[in-house]
Design a protein. Structure first.
Length: 752
């Protein structure tokens, strides 16, 4: 039985979905399978494409034999996990998995421990297991992980369409962050986007490829797609971009109710949160709850763990809407800034690629007394990002607040991805927190308008309202109409504005902004019933469109795209034709040139650059007596180019002509010629029958008395002639009728 057939028939105790946890508890979705073959057992760890519709979308990442060197550790769930923690250690490799489903996870762990016990028992009876059958899968996983060559049909081709997709020109704004560049240098998985260039490339070649891609595949010039955990091959990038362009054909939009809440708790202890989190009739699908000034103690700046964080996280979990069950997606804290994200358990299986980040903007832009934290994840086919921030305080510091917001947006990077994702790389973004923007009116005017409920008279003087209107900060973000009293500053335990000596001006410090398509704000409100802090909590409900993939339609579109790419690949490979492949130079005379024409036609659909390639271990592609011009050129589709091929023997060439045997090896096999008598060449004729084709080449025999004085013995002269060469010395002024005959088998004889 093949591995693919086994995977199809795996049960819940043989295969389980899990999140692989890194040192920073960044989660990566994996599929863990327990495979048995002839009494041997092994663990196969898979990663998959998104969405995973068939076994073809799975990629084998690691193979671990179940033997005495495998250590298995299990722990009950900890904070932030939904199932059993499974630790695997083998041959120096360590894995930590969060088994998503408690029931299936328990069954898998039980089956794994049972297989380990059986293996130990067999070893005790001197029945060692043989895992040679795993070698094939180990080599497959290594090839898949490091090269992806099987997935890239262009890996061995000169023509790679992807190399034309990110060509840098004056209109391209594609850039990589510094983090991405540094990681590329140290990460062997990075796909190399080196551009395809030659010494004779032209703008027409580049433009033609881009135009073809844009016309045939709908690709835009300068396309840049954020990679996932593993880089995509050339073909996968093309497919992904086409899928995005055609997603309306296989994606439907479902509305999810999102609750977003923010509260500056001023370092206070927890309280009942029902009036804030569960005040609506219907339960939301997603909760995003942010706190500021969670812990005002000095220890909060030093230690990563905080008792207040656990207390408030437990309080939120306890007071979520009672009509639904929720699972925590992620949480992140920066000193006193805490963000918690929950989702209904029924939707948790569709959450993937979650990641967190934090950006301090406090003293010197480094301390976390001010700053922002973010949680991002993908739900079905939509990416969501929640940002909770605490910006600079004081009435006149709105420019500093603007700078803090810009720093958070610019510096927030989700490094689980290559290159790291930014705020702009998400479909839906919610920004909440104590933004600290104030109202530019005197305190008496503000209080008077608040008492009369004339909030619309105050909002034009709100600093954030003015910044949003001028697009100075939070570009493309929106805020709903404010119909509630300022949320700051109150005397603790009351609904009275600040009566202290400082008498701070009332302000809407606590705000909720949003950005993205298919977002409808249902309500925007404060909750003055909660009085433990000098701030009032704020919440908002949104109906948010989430793109859900329809597998059947997706498969049809995917197959259609693959056919287009295959057709494009075949149609746009370089194709040329030659008018003739063999050149014959007849009746060659010393000192005379012969010309012939090499004609090449471009019969393909893309421009072609041709050039002559040097011979192995030589600096030229032909001997000095053969000239070709031009040696390279670019041919447009349906056009042709001609190169002149000239054969020219001169005295210089003869001076540097190697022995006959060497000359024979250097002549092309499809070259034939006849040397005619000339001023310096007699009727001597050399016949070479070493190959199936017949060649005739010229040898200049010009003997003088001086040459005869230094002529080597006959036997030596015989050795310098090739074994298949026959020559005849004719009578002359200084040479008699002596005749030298050399063959491969007969000895040399001579008469003087």
């Amino acid at each position: 039985m093949t591995l693919r057939l086994q995977l199809v028939s795996l049960t819940s105790d043989q295969c389980v979905d899990a999140d692989a946890l890194s040192d920073h508890e960044v989660k990566t979705r994996k599929h863990i399978c327990l495979i048995e073959r002839q009494g041997d057992n092994a663990i196969f760890i898979y990663v998959s494409k998104v969405p995973c519709l068939s076994v073809d979308d799975l990629r084998l990442e690691q193979v671990i034999p179940v033997n005495d060197r495998l250590k298995v550790i299990t722990e009950p769930p900890k904070t932030g996990t939904q199932g059993i923690l499974l630790g695997l250690q083998w041959e120096g490799m360590k894995y930590l998995f969060d088994l998503k489903s408690g029931t299936e996870g328990s069954q898998f762990v039980s089956e794994l421990k049972n297989k380990i016990a059986i293996q130990s028992q067999n070893a005790g009876f001197a029945l060692p297991s043989s895992f040679t059958w795993l070698d094939k899968y180990r080599s497959d996983s290594m090839a898949s992980t490091h090269a992806h060559t099987d997935d890239n049909p262009f890996s061995n081709d000169v023509f790679d369409p992807l190399k034309y997709m990110n060509i840098d020109d004056k209109n391209s704004k594609v850039t990589a962050s510094e983090n991405a560049v540094s990681r590329e240098k140290n990460d062997e998985f990075i796909f190399n986007h080196e551009h395809y260039t030659t010494s004779n490339s032209s703008d027409s070649l580049q433009e033609s490829i881009e135009e073809v891609a844009e016309r045939q595949l709908g690709l835009q010039r300068g396309v840049h797609l954020a990679d996932g955990i593993k880089p995509l091959t050339a073909r996968e990038k093309l497919v992904e971009h086409q899928l995005k362009n055609r997603q309306r054909e296989f994606v439907r939009t479902e509305m999810f109710r999102v609750f977003v809440g923010t509260w500056n708790v001023n370092g206070q202890n927890t309280t009942n949160l029902d009036e804030w989190l569960a005040c609506d009739k219907d339960p939301p699908d997603i909760y995003a709850v942010g706190f500021q000034e969670l812990d005002l103690s000095n220890q909060a700046y030093i230690f990563t763990d905080s008792v207040r964080e656990k207390d408030w996280a437990d309080a939120v979990s306890k007071h979520l809407h009672p009509k639904a069950r929720y699972a925590k997606v992620a949480s992140v804290r920066l000193v006193g800034v805490l963000l918690l994200v929950f989702i209904k358990e029924v939707h948790m299986e569709f959450v993937k690629l979650d990641d967190v980040d934090s950006v301090p903007t406090g003293i010197m832009g480094m301390l976390g007394n001010k700053g922002g934290v973010g949680v991002r994840f993908s739900l079905h086919d939509t990416t969501l990002l929640f940002i909770n921030s605490h910006l600079a305080a004081h009435q006149d510091e709105y420019e500093r607040r603007n700078q803090d917001a810009c720093d958070i947006e610019a510096r927030m990077r989700f490094k689980q991805f290559l290159p790291p994702l930014t705020v702009q790389d998400h479909d839906v973004v919610f920004w909440l927190g104590d933004l600290n923007y104030r109202i530019d009116q005197d305190i008496n005017t503000v209080k008077s308008l608040v008492v009369r409920g004339l909030y619309n008279k105050l909002t034009p003087h709100d600093q954030l309202y003015k910044q949003l209107k001028t697009h100075s900060v939070f570009k493309k973000f929106k805020e709903g109409e404010i119909k509630f009293a300022p949320t700051y500053r109150y005397d603790t335990g009351t609904d009275n504005f600040d009566t202290s000596e400082k008498a701070r001006n009332p302000a809407w410090c606590d705000r909720i902004l949003f950005k993205g398509e298919e977002i409808k704000q249902i309500v925007y409100r404060s909750h003055p019933v909660l009085k433990i802090s000098d701030h009032k909590p704020v919440s908002s409900l949104f109906d948010t469109g989430i793109k859900v993939v329809q597998p059947d339609n997706y498969k049809k579109v995917y197959e259609d795209i693959m056919k287009q790419i295959d057709r494009l690949e075949n149609d746009h490979l370089p194709q040329v034709s030659l008018a003739q492949r063999e050149f014959t130079f007849k009746d060659v005379k010393f000192g005379e040139k012969q010309h012939q024409i090499l004609a090449l036609a471009n019969v393909g659909q893309i421009p072609v650059t041709y050039e002559f390639i040097n011979k192995p271990n030589e600096n030229t592609f032909c001997k000095p007596w053969l000239k070709v011009s031009p040696e390279s050129s670019v041919i447009e589709p349906d056009q042709s180019r001609e190169s002149s091929v000239c054969r020219d023997f001169s005295t210089h060439d003869l001076d540097h002509t190697p022995p006959v045997a060497a000359r024979h090896r250097s002549l092309p096999r499809d070259d034939t010629g006849q040397n005619l008598p000339g001023p310096f060449i007699g009727n001597d004729q050399l016949n070479d029958s070493a190959s199936d084709q017949r060649r005739k080449s010229s040898v200049c025999q010009d003997f003088s008395p001086h040459d005869l004085d230094h002529m080597p013995p006959v036997a030596a002269r015989h050795r310098s002639l090739p074994r298949d060469d026959i020559g005849q010395n004719l009578p002359g002024p200084f040479i008699g009728n002596d005749q030298l005959t050399g063959t491969e088998t007969s000895p040399v004889t001579g008469q003087h």
